[in-house]
Design a protein around this ligand. Structure first.
Ligand SMILES: [Zn+2]
Length: 106
């Protein structure tokens, strides 16, 4: 069952229970957990399923540095639109010049 609190979070932000694949909840780390040299990279979770009751450490989610920035696609689209306008302006100018040329001809 999904509580309002868990449904508010993005789906990929919450890890799944390695035992049953169900939802897990953050719990306080033990003193042993904090003593790890890479303690910052781990989070202690407990399975929400009372039948499973798994508890353990899962790797902390970190931002992937190789994620493409959303700005790149927007810039490309803006550039394409600018090119389209340039093409339209060129066509209009070209048409005007051709009309002028026809009008000036005897
Ligand atoms: Zn579980």
């Amino acid at each position: 069952m999904s509580t309002p609190a868990s449904s508010r979070l993005p789906a990929q932000a919450a890890p799944a229970c390695p035992e049953c694949g169900g939802a897990v909840m953050r719990v306080l780390r033990t003193a042993n957990d904090k003593r790890r040299w890479d303690a910052q990279a781990w989070r202690r979770y407990r399975c929400r399923d009372a039948m499973c009751n798994w508890q353990g450490l899962l790797p902390a989610r970190r931002r992937r540095p190789s994620r493409p920035r959303p700005g790149a696609a927007r810039t490309l689209r803006r550039l394409a639109r600018a090119l389209l306008w340039l093409l339209l302006a060129g066509l209009v100018a070209g048409g005007g010049l051709a009309a002028l040329h026809l009008m000036l001809q005897p």
